[in-house]
Design a protein around this ligand. Sequence first.
Ligand SMILES: Cc1cc2nc3c(=O)[nH]c(=O)nc-3n(C[C@H](O)[C@H](O)[C@H](O)COP(=O)(O)OP(=O)(O)OC[C@H]3O[C@@H](n4cnc5c(N)ncnc54)[C@H](O)[C@@H]3O)c2cc1C
Length: 483
Amino acid sequence: MQDKIEAGASVAIIGAGIAGLTCAVQLQAKGLDVQVFDKSAGVGGRMSTRRGPSWQCDHGAQYFTAQSAAFREELLRWEAAGVAGLWTARMHVIDSPESPWRETGASTKRYVGVPSMTAPAQFLAASLPVQLESHVDILKREPEGWRLHITGQGWQDRLYDALVLALPAPQAKELLSQISSPLRELVASVRMRPTWALMMRCDESFDPGFDAAFVNSGPIRWLARNLSKPQRQGHNMWLLHATPKWSEAHLETHRNEIIEMLIEALQIICPALVRESEAHRWRYADTEQLLGRQYLWDAEIGLGLCGDWLNEAKVEGAWRSAVFLAEVMASGSLNKCLDAELISIKYSTSLYKSALELRNEVLRKPLGRSLDLVDLEGESEQQHFGIIGQENALIACVSAKEISGKHCKLRQMAVAEKFQGKGIGAELVSRVERELIAQGVREISLHARESAIRFYEKLGYVCAGELFDEVGISHIKMHKIVR
Ligand SMILES: Cc1cc2nc3c(=O)[nH]c(=O)nc-3n(C[C@H](O)[C@H](O)[C@H](O)COP(=O)(O)OP(=O)(O)OC[C@H]3O[C@@H](n4cnc5c(N)ncnc54)[C@H](O)[C@@H]3O)c2cc1C
């Protein structure tokens, strides 16, 4: 198996939640032949809406935020398609039954699917082949590809070149039990927690003065008036989520008892006349400890995993994980640093100091040296650029020295060790090129280490002249005409 999946190859994606559908859309756009499976009767997974006679209620994800630039762009597409909108709720915090409720101070913008939470998933699924009511229960990696077994439908004839599991970790773990992959252990290490959800039809006049509340004591952690979300209709439905701790302790308790206990707890903080109610148990609602990886990809056997349990336990996190995975599967590396922005580093600031530390660590220490005065000569006149990673630390940097108005030399490029091999260096060079082009630069040159020649060739640089020695290792001059 190659590092990347060739265009036209087939990919089975198990899970039609926001992660699975997003991954499918991205892979399809890159020319792959995708097929999505889900065990449910509809798409959306935990972005879910329950319906009854004259009522509807979002009982999984309540809203989503958009913090990264990439997800904000996606949100704009959803808004333009009319499947997402801003939820301007009267948002409160209830610390305890005794203390007065307070308004949330934060100015967070919260969005919801419209007319229901499933709408963005339905929008994504519209252009995809999705097979619903198909519970994949066994996987087999045959020499020619992946074969799926579906409950009640048996082994499927079609083989797939690659497989994506876009499921909560414990469900992925079960499917991987027969598969030999180093990813298995990682997936097995993730513990997810349950949430009991209660959908309540309250008296039509019930209005406690807030549309949603974070609750910080007792078994309840969240309350929301479904009708306060845009384009909702029907009865005065309220949604209650229990805390993970309480839900775990009552995981196997009968639904009727759950309803009784939670309505009783509700009366203590906010007396309500509940006319009807339904309980739903989310066995895998959120993640106790995130894995800290954006995605998992085993190129050997063509197996990828994405979802909210990897790096960010929320809708945006599931979406981002899927985009990262699709990028790696189709391109062989993370060619896009999805959020990382190119920053200009001012000489002699603390960020410049961080760049020096990074350069020292990556470029000098392995040679048994440290940065010296010659390395820093003239740097006050040069431009310095960097990329800040998710943990707010500098992960890559490069400097640009002006040779003439139209000619710049890139120097001292360093990518932090744990980010190497992920396409960050290529991203940094191409972003710096764009910046320099905007400044009128037409030619960029550099001294490449012999081991980095292929890297720069892929970016369009050509060698000029012979190898020469610099800091004790073999280098060559390379250059590129840019427009
Ligand atoms: C109670 C609750 C409250 C939440 N509140 C918020 C919130 O306010 N804001 C926020 O951003 N996020 C919230 N979340 C989290 C958010 O819903 C998730 O992060 C996101 O929806 C996860 O998407 P996903 O695609 O990774 O997984 P899922 O949405 O879980 O999708 C997985 C899909 O896989 C399918 N599947 C599983 N096993 C199989 C199988 N063997 N064969 C076939 N199909 C299978 C499932 O049916 C499901 O459709 C909440 C979640 C819950 C449960």
